[in-house]
Ligand binder design. Structure first.
Ligand code: 5AD
Ligand code: SF4
Length: 439
């Protein structure tokens, strides 16, 4: 049987699709990249903003139309939207056969068997233990250079805007032994970078009797697999950026000099309403602590504009924080009210769409200037770059990333793919560094 998986949303979802491919691989389903070959089509979905859901619903109706012409094809919706909408998705989308939430992937072989017998069904049970720890993911990214390793699942933070705790359940950490073994396996298979994934990686905490492992210790162990294996992590919560974590990054040359630290807003008043549990001052202090201990560390962020009650003054504070930190890169979004979240229950979504749009445009423009400045500052410098493959825009050029996670493009032969090279930067745009190989 052939399985086709389409994935939307965050890196965690991409990692989950690799777990699904592995679970179903054990039940004789092989992954295909051709939709036209598929016996089973799964859509791994995201609920983070309304737009993400609309896009997926559109895609599900397209796939349902294809299914009508291909009797026997099974269509499943999995992931966060499956969890949020549960059985109602079966009514909403008549073409859908199965619904599986993020903790239900082990039941997929059984569910698909039922679906082939014509029974439509849903499994959206959330678990307090499931970490898929002994499953060896089937790597779906064809480049073979960089792999995701999921180290924890769920979230206990309850930021008031966020749907994640409702769709991914309570926080739980994976057995470190299984994480190290997975890192060794990917390294032995030629990968040279791993990203340790979780909704809030710095709350990683595992214990068994007297044995306890926290996130900095786990990261040290993964970094110990090989000096040739670069270690990244995503995402951290600013409240939990400890000195121990900063020291651990500083101590290991192969832990990437890059911290993604979502700030969400520059206004302490808004941060409080968001239940972020830190202030603007705390955030700036943590950035200072990172920069002091880890020189040349890339710092990136996420920002939401138009949270309920956000005033022009709050927005100005976000801009001034951006100026103070000088983020290397930012993901920026308009607030989208999610049903069931604390913000949706407590406040009306009162910032007009037009104002949200203007504020978003303003921060996007400002960030582009900051990114350009950050990249201008790299011209003349030499970086160690892990080569990922040919550049998308020009097949004669190679593309890779430096430790700060910036994309670097330079001329070179394909034999360099999966190796570390030194590249001297001589030009840039706001998104890319351009350079030449150097010794
Ligand atoms: N509306 C807009 N953006 C959101 N994010 C999370 N929830 C929402 C929402 N309801 C953003 C945050 C988070 C990123 C993954 O998505 O910035 O860090
Ligand atoms: Fe989207 Fe959040 Fe689910 Fe990731 S965890 S797919 S961002 S809703």
């Amino acid at each position: 049987m052939k399985l086709y998986i389409e994935t939307y949303g965050c890196q965690m979802n991409f990692s989950d699709s690799e777990i699904i491919a592995s679970v179903l691989g054990g039940a004789s389903y092989d992954v295909t990249r051709e939709l036209s070959m598929a016996d089973v089509v799964l859509v791994n979905t995201c609920s983070i903003r309304e737009n993400a859901e609309k896009r997926v619903l559109g895609r599900i109706s397209e796939l349902s139309a294809i299914k009508r012409k291909r009797p026997g094809m099974v269509l499943g919706v999995v992931g966060c939207m499956a969890e949020r909408l549960k059985e109602s998705l079966l009514e909403l989308c008549q073409g859908v056969d199965i619904i599986a939430g993020p903790d239900a992937y082990r039941s997929l072989p059984h569910m698909l068997g039922q679906a082939r017998d014509g029974r439509r069904m849903a499994n959206v049970l959330l678990s307090e233990e499931e970490t898929y720890d002994r499953i060896d993911p089937v790597r779906l990214d064809p480049s073979g250079v960089s792999a995701f390793i999921s180290i924890m699942r769920g979230c206990n933070n309850y930021c008031t805007y966020c749907v994640v705790p409702y769709v991914r359940g309570r926080e739980r950490s994976r057995d470190p032994e299984t994480i190290i073994r997975e890192a060794e396996r990917v390294y032995n298979n030629g990968y040279r970078e791993v990203t340790l994934l979780g909704q809030n990686v710095n709350s990683y905490r595992w214990s068994n009797g007297s044995k306890k492992v926290d996130f900095p210790e786990l990261m040290s162990q993964v970094a110990g697999v090989s000096r040739q294996l670069r270690v990244r992590f995503a995402t951290s919560h600013p409240r939990d950026i400890s000195q121990k974590l900063i020291d651990t990054i500083a101590e290991h040359q192969n832990i990437a000099r890059a911290v993604h630290l979502p700030v969400q807003s520059g206004s302490s008043r808004v941060l409080e309403k968001m239940n972020r549990k830190y202030t603007r001052e705390w955030y700036l202090d943590r950035v200072g602590a990172i920069r002091e201990k880890i020189p040349h560390c890339g710092i990136t962020t996420d920002i939401i504009t138009g949270f309920p009650g956000e005033t022009e003054e709050d927005h100005r504070q976000t801009l001034s924080l951006m100026q103070e930190v000088r983020f290397d890169f930012a993901f920026m979004f308009k607030y989208s009210q999610r049903p069931g979240t604390a913000a949706a229950k407590r406040w009306t979504d009162d910032v007009p769409e037009e104002v949200k749009g203007q504020r978003l445009e303003e921060i996007v423009r400002f960030q582009q200037q900051m990114s350009q400045k950050s990249n201008d500052g790299d011209v003349g410098k030499t970086f160690e770059v892990l080569v990922e493959g040919p550049s998308k825009k020009d097949a004669n050029m190679l593309m890779g990333r430096n430790s700060q996670n910036k994309v670097v493009v330079f001329p070179g032969g394909s034999h360099l793919i999966k190796t570390y090279v030194r590249v001297k930067v001589h030009d840039c745009t706001s998104a890319t560094l351009k350079g030449t190989l150097t010794s």
